[in-house]
Design a protein around this ligand. Structure first.
Ligand code: DQA
Length: 144
């Protein structure tokens, strides 16, 4: 199984950015953890990050033919990007939305996700573990 992990804007600043909210580990730490976790679970993980909406959209389109699913943390685009929502809705493959922080316990604008409704589901508030939970979902599917 091949899963694409996409991180959106400002997530390249992990480790430096608001460590009280997002932790002290970097984006490379996250990506390495996910690749290693994937290997242990027969999942080939490719991980990319972009600060650009259009680039994320193109990667979503391309992934439709190459991957079995996508894990996406759209960063602040979560809260207002109808273009990313439409890109997710345009592909047949399942997408899981992940947030490091618990967006539902933060500012009211973060409690709105325009993308979650076109995803298989949303995982929020479990730090880097949330991405691994999403990998578990892809591996086990909706079997329970
Ligand atoms: C985030 C939450 C968003 O509100 C924020 O804009 C981010 C990170 C998270 O992972 O908790 O950039 O998606």
């Amino acid at each position: 199984m091949k899963i694409l992990v996409l991180n959106g804007p400002n997530l390249n600043r992990l480790g430096l950015r608001e460590p009280d909210v997002y932790g002290s580990k970097t984006l490379s730490d996250l990506q390495e953890q996910l690749i290693t976790y994937g290997k242990g679970n027969n999942i080939s993980v490719e991980a990319k990050q972009s600060n650009h909406e259009g680039e994320l959209i193109e990667w979503i389109h391309e992934a439709a033919g190459e991957f079995d699913g996508i894990i996406i943390n759209p960063g602040a685009f979560t809260h207002y990007s109808y273009a990313i929502r439409d890109a997710i809705a345009s592909i047949e493959k399942p997408v899981v939305e992940v947030h490091i922080s618990n967006v539902h316990a933060r500012e009211s604008f973060r409690q709105v996700s325009v993308t979650a409704a076109v995803c298989a589901g949303q995982i929020s508030g479990f730090g880097f573990e949330g991405y691994k939970m999403a990998l578990d979902y892809f591996q086990r599917g909706n079997k329970s």
